[in-house]
Design a protein around this ligand. Structure first.
Ligand code: PDD
Length: 283
């Protein structure tokens, strides 16, 4: 039995109920976060809470809790689950009101948290890489807000599944954006290139983590416009996310990326990221 947090109360997931008029249900009017937890310690929690605040500001929902309160709730949900590595999910919607597009006045947001086992990449995926397919990015123009209105991402992910791939590599107007639930970056001549951090992509906490460890081990890292051509001729292409950490895309649209195996730069960054996680857990 999994315990979840709903509006300040803890209850078994089967008993957690919300109104059908919740604007999260009716309009997808809410935001969320997924925080990876290693050995019961939330990894990069301050960065996730800062991004939650950014998303809330973006859609104009007041943050229901201070960071101290969020930290306490996150710690409690971790303690209430038996598994060591968890994915803590936080969702805040605008709340419950009769269906009408404008913001209702003075309603309380709906706050929901659950925790599931963290699905880290398999050793097969780390060693051999994964398949991806490309598509035109068909989502809205505020992909920097982590909103629960994920239909565009869901359709993109299903496109990957329908093509025996695990992710999509999306382009908008000829430039790389991101995947359906991960960021995408490439390696060109030993340098890691990630798309500019603008409104067209989620500013991934793992992408920032890769930037940080790249500086630490002195691998050049740059945010820049990345053309479709650059992706198709890159030495390496990677996915990053809180669940995938970093994995190499070794097949894109049925063609080998680089040598068709996870590259040398991937191996260094993968190791540095694992060291960072291990260092954090031990600290
Ligand atoms: N997804 N881009 C999109 C569209 C995402 O949904 C995610 C994360 C990322 C990577 O962000 P981060 O490194 O902060 O996890 C990029 C989460 C895991 C999800 O929706 O389940």
């Amino acid at each position: 039995m999994s315990l979840v947090f709903l509006n300040g109360e803890w209850c078994p997931i089967e008993d957690a109920k919300i109104s059908v008029l919740d604007r999260g249900f009716i309009f997808g009017d809410g935001v969320y976060e997924v925080i990876p937890v290693y050995r019961r310690r939330p990894y990069r929690e301050p960065q996730h809470l800062a991004r939650l605040q950014y998303s809330l500001n973006g859609v104009r929902i007041a943050n229901p809790y201070s960071n101290e309160d969020w930290s306490r709730h996150i710690q409690q949900i971790i303690e209430r689950h038996s598994f060591e590595d968890q994915a803590v999910y936080i969702q805040v919607t605008r709340g419950v009101a009769p269906r009408n597009h404008p913001f209702p006045e003075a309603i309380a947001p709906t706050v929901f948290m659950m925790s599931n086992p963290l699905k880290r990449p398999s050793s097969e995926q780390v060693e051999h890489g994964v398949r991806a397919v490309s598509m035109e990015d068909q989502r809205w123009l505020h992909c920097d807000y982590k909103t629960t209105a994920l239909l565009g991402n869901v359709l993109a992910c299903q496109y990957a599944v329908d093509h025996q791939a695990i992710e999509v590599v999306q382009f908008r107007n000829g430039l790389l954006t991101e995947a359906s639930s991960s960021n995408v970056m490439i390696v060109q001549d030993g340098c890691i290139l990630a798309p500019q951090k603008n409104h067209l992509i989620l500013h991934g906490i793992t992408m920032n983590g890769v930037e940080e460890v790249a500086h630490r081990i002195e691998v050049p890292f740059e945010y820049t416009d990345i053309s479709e051509e650059a992706v198709r001729t890159a030495d390496e292409v990677w996915l990053t996310s809180s669940a995938k950490e970093v994995v190499a895309i070794t097949t894109l649209d049925d063609k080998a990326v680089g040598t068709g195996k996870p590259g040398a730069v991937f191996k260094r960054i993968y190791t540095a990221l694992q060291d960072d996680i291990a260092g954090y857990v031990a600290s």
